[in-house]
Design a protein around this ligand. Structure first.
Ligand SMILES: *Cc1c(COP(=O)(O)O)cnc(C)c1O
Length: 393
């Protein structure tokens, strides 16, 4: 019996065709598909500018650099996230500072952010955990007052929406932030194999991001500094900052364009599976299911269920995990709080007990399979396995 994974890509013939077409073209990289994918991402999210890169992690790195984050700075993020949301600050020599999560959505708590702001704070990186939009309106308001840059880690939340007044806004629009990053890893909403993007409405940040993606080089005359520019011809380019090769290939961009056309269908499928889980699993004593607040539409990236009892939750969660695995259900735990990793305690002195809501959440959570292509019979198998897992001893 093949195990049901917790997440999986959806690829069809049109995706394969799009990739093959690029393979037969002149441009494998630095070609026309890059701009086309960026335009499509802007069209979908409503952001003005997009810069596609080689991974979500690369997107976080150049977003931090474009924000001017440097040694001695502090960057506030959530402890319940993938490591990259905090590592990106460390890449720039800054210190990641965690702000505890809110019970319920387990997204970063704006009130906790306020407590963690110091003179050294330069940026806040809210994560839309499991695809449920974080309270970016509150975070934006706090940050603007203090002159902080907001970089949304929207790796889970492409396709999610939230309401502002009467309007629904797509996560990624950067309406309440300076930049938002996406990931196109195969478990995410759409995939390019590896890949990511930074979205922004700022021309200044956009130009910085473009240059950081390609070695810090620019061919834009307006950005030239050297006196040598006056002797330069069409070949002339300049390096004014240190950048990287974080480019995405046209092969990947073509796949991304093709995938993006199916995104709304993917999200709809995810939503239906989440509804089915909620209906079936919320009846089971001993576990809690994820919530969706009224003024948001989650992208349903993950479906973490939680052990409801406070006593012995770690043991019960482990038993649940083992029981699921034994029944061929590929569960996963999202996430070990970042501050508890040895690197973080060694380098920054973080300890257990510092972020009680996040740590309590971690002791109880287990994500069950959720992806557009999951078969109906597999959903039933997951539900049955969870029911049995609650009573496992
Ligand atoms: C996946 C993910 C990333 C990193 O994306 P990669 O494309 O794998 O580099 C960053 N943040 C979060 C929250 C993620 O889930």
């Amino acid at each position: 019996m093949k195990a049901i994974p917790y997440g999986h890509q959806w690829l069809d013939k049109s995706d394969i065709k799009a990739v093959v077409k690029v393979l037969k073209s002149d441009w494998l990289t630095q070609g026309p598909k890059i701009k086309e994918f960026e335009k499509a991402l802007c069209g979908y999210t409503g952001a003005k500018y997009a810069v596609v890169v080689s991974s979500g992690t690369a997107a976080l790195h150049i977003a931090c650099l474009a924000a001017g984050i440097k040694a001695g700075d502090e960057v506030i993020t959530s402890p319940i996230t993938f490591l990259a949301s905090a590592n990106c600050a460390v890449y720039c020599g800054a210190k990641p500072v965690f702000a505890d999560v809110q019970y319920g959505t387990f997204n970063i708590d704006p009130a906790e952010i306020r407590k963690k702001i110091t003179k050294k704070t330069k940026a806040v990186i809210p994560v839309h955990f499991a695809g449920h939009p974080a309270d970016v309106k509150a975070i934006h308001a706090i940050s603007k007052k203090r002159g902080l840059t907001v970089i949304e880690d929207a790796a889970h939340a492409l396709g999610a929406e939230y309401r502002t007044g009467k309007r629904w806004v797509k996560v990624g629009s950067s309406r309440h932030s300076d930049m938002a990053i996406l990931s196109f890893h195969p478990v995410k909403a759409i995939t390019t194999g590896e890949g990511g993007a930074v979205l922004t409405n700022s021309k200044d940040l956009y130009e910085k991001l473009l240059s950081l993606r390609t070695h810090g080089v620019t061919k834009d005359k307006k950005q030239f500094h050297s006196p040598a520019k006056k002797h330069g011809g069409a070949w002339y380019y300049e390096m004014n900052t240190l950048g990287f090769n974080y480019r995405m290939t046209d092969i990947q961009a073509a796949l991304g364009i093709s995938q993006l056309k199916k995104l709304d269908k993917f999200i709809e499928k995810r939503r239906r599976i989440a509804e089915r889980y909620k209906k079936q699993l919320s009846r089971i004593k001993g576990i809690e299911v994820p919530v969706e607040e009224d003024d948001v539409r989650s992208a349903w990236h993950l479906y973490p269920v939680r052990i409801s009892s406070d006593k012995g939750s770690e043991i019960k969660r482990k038993k649940m995990f083992v029981a699921l695995k034994e029944k061929g259900v590929g569960a996963q735990v999202h996430y070990i709080p970042v501050h508890l990793h040895p690197y973080y305690s060694r380098r920054f002195g973080y300890r257990k007990g510092m972020y009680p809501v996040a740590e309590d959440y971690y002791s109880k959570a287990v994500s069950i399979p959720l992806y557009p292509g999951i078969a109906g019979k597999d959903i039933k198998r997951v539900i049955r396995a969870v029911r049995e897992g609650v009573d496992a001893r």
